[in-house]
Ligand binder design. Structure first.
Ligand SMILES: *Cc1c(COP(=O)(O)O)cnc(C)c1O
Length: 230
């Protein structure tokens, strides 16, 4: 068996056991395999090994791979920082955009989605680490932003995404995952029309077990599946 297949099986096992250990249904946790800076051939290998969701960070790099690979039995998720002037490409190629953090960006996505008669699924990115360098809306502004975006007809909010500050220190990340889960619950209680809080996109190679314990429904894993990036 090749490396990717081996590592994928290991990760799938670990997701299952983390879910079971926290009395969650393992089917509730989706694996987004993060293929940034990996070649189209490597992505193909991963899909052949059973990967069903691919996460990409850079629009042009992703388009190159998507066009090279053509029809594949996997969905593409955009997980990088998205500039409004690239929204058209994101809408064209991605099933879910994890990183919407402003009304301006949501409006542009809405406009582009309307043109192609699509309802674009999105997550709202929250800056849970409160680092100025990081993308995401603040915890305080999240509810108001969700309400504003919910009025856009061709965008559908499916949940929240966030990143803790300490990569590779899972226990230190836990309070940040808890904070994101709390924001999710608070928004859920508002019962806003056209808004679902089905998904919490949190957890990466170093901390996905803890993220699952705290309620993650989408773990975004790159290195642990594809190996180190160049
Ligand atoms: C690169 C990246 C990941 C994957 O990180 P690994 O540590 O390689 O698992 C997850 N989420 C985002 C937003 C990323 O940019």
């Amino acid at each position: 068996m090749n490396d990717i297949k081996n590592r994928l099986l290991t990760i799938q096992d670990e997701i299952q056991s983390a879910a079971s250990a926290s009395s969650r249904n393992p089917d509730e946790v989706l694996l987004v395999s993060v293929s940034k800076r990996k070649s189209a051939a490597t992505v193909k290998e991963a899909v052949d090994a059973g990967v069903t969701i691919l996460g990409e960070n850079y629009i042009q790099e992703a388009i190159d791979k998507i066009e090279t690979l053509g029809e594949i039995p996997a969905a593409w998720h955009f997980i990088g920082h998205l500039q409004s002037n690239k929204a058209r490409f994101a809408v064209k190629h991605f099933d879910l955009i994890h990183t919407v953090d402003s009304l301006k960006l949501a409006k542009e996505i809405n406009k582009q989605a309307k043109k192609i008669d699509k309802t674009q699924k999105i997550l709202i990115q929250i800056n849970i680490s409160q680092e100025e360098s990081k993308s995401g809306t603040t915890a305080d502004d999240a509810l108001a932003l969700v309400k504003e975006i919910s009025a856009l007809g061709n965008v559908s909010i499916k949940g929240l995404m966030g990143m803790p500050p300490f990569f590779g220190a899972p226990e230190k990340a836990r309070p940040f995952f808890k904070a994101l889960a709390r924001i999710k619950s608070a928004i859920e209680q508002e019962n806003i029309p056209n808004v679902s809080m089905e998904h919490l996109s949190m957890g990466m190679s170093g901390d996905f077990r803890v993220a699952i314990e705290e309620g993650s429904t989408m773990v975004r894993i790159g290195t642990a599946i594809f190996g180190e990036r160049d």
